[in-house]
Ligand binder design. Structure first.
Ligand code: ACO
Length: 422
């Protein structure tokens, strides 16, 4: 077995650790015996050098700007497969056959209704409640309606658990939106596909047979696919950490929703549009770029930078292409688009951004498309939730099946007071 040896300079003692090889990507040093052997922990705030698990689901090469689900390139999936096919792939490891896809689609449609009692939860929120607060609460509440999922005995139980959540999340998302406007909820329409149905539940009047243009369905379906999974990001790490305590799967995913909300993570898409609106005109872009570079100013360009991607975010590239293809058909807000394009052009040629490897991420473009779909910016992170629920489910399932799983319990370097007397 390959190994590395560490030497403790204080006493010359040597410790050897095995190296584990992945199918692709970086080798990892197996430091599990570290504490037993050395009496020391590692120190790695933000887990910048830590692999927390082994996973078969998603592969990212940040240097090359590569993203793969179960081995398939994101570009191929986004171009050729529907979001539901991608869901099936992430959860089952293989793409569905035609018949499997039809059966899967039908089952999700049937499971898209939520218990009538759950509607009351939405009425308990104040008028100005952020939809993410409602969403996280509704998914957590769902665990009370399906308490049997705390202990699943069979593969069939697991299948039901994940299909239920996947199918109901768009319904809950649309309810959250409609509650924030104080307008009646629209129930799922079994005749419509997953993505079309969500747009219908968002925008239809009661009783209206609203036609959703195909171009809108295609754009949103692609956005869902691009958000479907992203290996061990902050929200997925949260889902795995909560799963490690044995909590209900929907409770773990509700915690993932909360972790996603922050603007350093999924909340960035809402902040990008807010920022573009705040900048207001192409003429003010230079002023804001200068603010970004000022070390005394906390202003950050939203939708730029990524912990893993240091060349480009492949999802951003796909969205930029989609934006170019569909901007006339979708009716993209030209003023905001021009500001965004100017920011991108200035930033990509500026040494501050080049030297720090800061490129537009997925959130930089998604908001422009979502705005054209008449989705308000408060709902952008909810769109991320709908897309990412499948990833969280796949990671939850993988975690629970992992024979090496352990409760998530990192250690610390204590720097507080030494023992003292009262
Ligand atoms: N604007 C300006 N400067 C930035 C930005 C930005 N958006 N992002 C990073 N930097 C600078 C930092 O100030 C720092 O500069 P310094 O070395 O002079 O101190 C350097 O780049 C490194 O930044 P870190 O915050 O250390 O990088 P980290 O990998 O920890 O953070 C993150 C990544 C959180 C995404 C960060 O780039 C950021 O805050 N971006 C804006 C928010 C955003 O778009 N989030 C969405 C991420 S994608 C997603 O979650 C779907």
């Amino acid at each position: 077995m390959d190994s590395v040896t560490l030497t403790d300079n204080r006493n010359g003692k040597q410790y050897t650790f095995g190296i584990l090889h992945p199918t692709m990507g970086q080798d990892v040093i197996d430091i599990r015996p570290l504490f037993k052997q050395t009496g020391m922990f590692t120190y790695d705030p933000g887990f910048t050098s830590t692999a927390s698990c082994s996973s078969e689901i998603t592969y990212i090469d940040g240097g090359k700007g590569e993203l793969r689900y179960r081995g398939y390139a994101i570009e191929d999936l986004a171009q050729n497969k529907s979001y539901l096919e991608v869901c099936y792939l992430l959860l089952n490891g293989e793409l569905p056959t035609k018949d499997e896809l039809i059966a899967y689609d039908m089952e999700l449609r049937k499971r898209s209704f939520v218990h009538e009692g759950l509607k009351n939860l939405f009425y308990a929120f104040p008028d100005k409640a952020h939809p993410m607060a409602m969403m996280s609460s509704a998914v957590s509440a769902l665990s009370a309606f399906y308490s049997e999922h705390i202990k699943m005995q069979s593969e069939e139980d697991l299948q039901v658990m994940r299909r239920r959540l996947l199918a109901k999340v768009p319904t809950l998302a649309a309810f959250a939106y409609r509650r924030s406007l104080g307008i009646p909820f629209i129930y799922p329409d079994l005749k419509r596909s997953f993505t079309e149905n969500f747009l219908y539940m968002m925008h239809a009047y009661p009783g209206q047979d609203l036609k959703i243009p195909e171009v809108q369905v295609r754009a949103l379906d692609t956005i869902f696919t691009l958000h479907a999974d992203h290996e061990q990001n902050a929200s997925t790490t949260t889902v795995r950490a909560v799963a490690s305590t044995g909590a209900h799967p929907y409770a773990a995913i509700s915690a993932g929703i909360d972790a996603l909300w922050g603007r350093a993570h999924g909340g960035a898409n809402e902040s990008v549009i807010a920022q573009l609106e705040y900048i207001g005109s192409v003429g003010r872009v230079d002023e804001f770029i200068a603010r970004t570079k000022d070390p005394d100013d906390e202003f950050r360009l939203m939708g730029f930078g990524h912990r893993v991607y240091k060349n480009f975010d492949p999802r951003a590239k796909i969205l930029k292409k989609l934006l170019d293809e569909l901007k006339d058909e979708l009716g993209i807000d030209n003023e905001l688009l021009e500001i965004a394009e100017k920011i991108e052009a200035v930033a990509l040629s500026d040494d501050y951004f080049i030297s720090r490897k800061l490129y537009p991420n997925i959130d930089f473009y998604s908001g422009l498309i979502l705005t054209a779909l008449k989705i308000p910016k408060e709902m952008f992170t909810i769109i991320f939730v709908i897309g990412r629920t499948v990833g969280w489910l796949a990671q939850w399932i993988e975690f629970n099946a992992d024979p090496e799983k352990k409760i998530a319990r990192p250690r610390q370097r204590y720097i507080g007071p030494e023992p003292r007397e009262l």
